[in-house]
Design a protein around this ligand. Structure first.
Ligand code: IPD
Ligand code: CA
Ligand code: CA
Length: 284
């Protein structure tokens, strides 16, 4: 890892830019939340988008390009724009389904990468006003350094996951329900929270011990993965062969807080990924 002062300073600056961009959409998201948000279907009934997702991404993109002109953006709603060296990976609302249904568990997720390596990440919960972030030096919550400690045994540990989604059940069939049952039975408690980025941030804060996802996209996990790692936890990618690609591009992951261990979660993901491979499914 390049730890030169220049890179550390750049990472700290990108973190601050991302924090400002995320905080900037806070008032808009708070006033829209629980105000009768209209939804549109994206790919299916479970995959929703709102005008606020697009407005949030536009505002964030404007802020990022103005603050760091040498930028390019990969956004969930707007795709690729710009061609600068700093790559921003943006999910303008992660947890749109919660946002649209009036459930206070959604966030803005912004990561910054240089040459494929994550330098900074921000996950912002605008309702609780929680700004999780990371740079080269550490992970923070509202500016305070995060030093979590996960429960050591699975029997004591909490796990957060959305698995299995309707789509996952179509792919994995009965094995998906068996995997879910095994997770429910093994961990002290399982929560289905439906915002990958915020679940990762909760692991980084020590409010959950483990989280896992299958069929994820870079904008769901890039910022949260860095925050978990900088908080001392692990982010383990699964379901991709190319070791040269960054972990946040993998379609499946398990993240574990420092001091924790999650052999069941890892075994479940490995088993599902192997079954998908055997069935010729290409994303994990
Ligand atoms: C979703 C959330 C969810 C994950 C889905 C994502 P969105 O993102 O991150 O936790 O399980 O795969 O699509 O649609 O709310 O931005
Ligand atoms: Ca998302
Ligand atoms: Ca989204």
């Amino acid at each position: 890892m390049d730890t030169t002062d220049d890179t550390r300073q750049l990472a700290a600056r990108l973190r601050s830019v991302a924090e400002d961009a995320a905080a900037g959409v806070g008032p808009m998201l708070r006033s829209a939340f629980r105000s009768g948000v209209r939804t549109e279907k994206k790919t299916n009934n479970h995959d929703l988008v709102t005008a606020h997702d697009r407005a949030s991404e536009e505002s964030i993109a404007r802020h990022l390009f103005a603050a760091v002109p040498d930028s390019r953006i990969l956004g969930e709603e707007g795709g690729h724009r710009g061609s600068g060296r700093i790559e921003w990976i943006v999910d303008p609302i992660d947890g749109t389904s919660n946002f649209a249904h009036g459930v206070a568990f959604f966030c803005v997720s912004i990561a910054a990468a240089l040459d494929g390596e994550l330098l900074a990440g921000v996950v912002y919960d605008p309702v609780a006003e929680l700004m999780f972030s990371a740079d080269r030096d550490g992970a923070y919550l509202n500016g305070e350094t995060l030093r979590p400690r996960a429960h050591a045994t699975e029997a004591q540990a909490s796990i957060m996951t959305d698995y299995p989604s309707a789509e996952a059940l179509r792919i994995d069939g009965r094995a998906g329900l068996d995997a879910f049952a095994e997770l429910v039975d093994t961990y002290a408690t399982l929560r289905r929270k439906v915002s990958a980025a915020l679940m990762l941030a909760h692991v980084a804060a020590g409010w959950a011990d483990v989280t896992l996802g299958l069929d994820t996209n870079p904008w769901d996990v890039a910022a949260g993965a860095l925050i978990v790692r900088r908080a001392g936890g692990s982010y383990l990618p699964f379901g991709y062969d190319d070791g040269a690609r960054p972990a946040h591009e993998a379609p499946c992951y398990v993240a574990i807080g420092p001091g924790g261990s999650a052999p069941t979660a890892v075994a479940v993901v490995e088993r599902l990924v192997a079954a998908r491979r055997r069935a010729g499914y290409t994303r994990g």
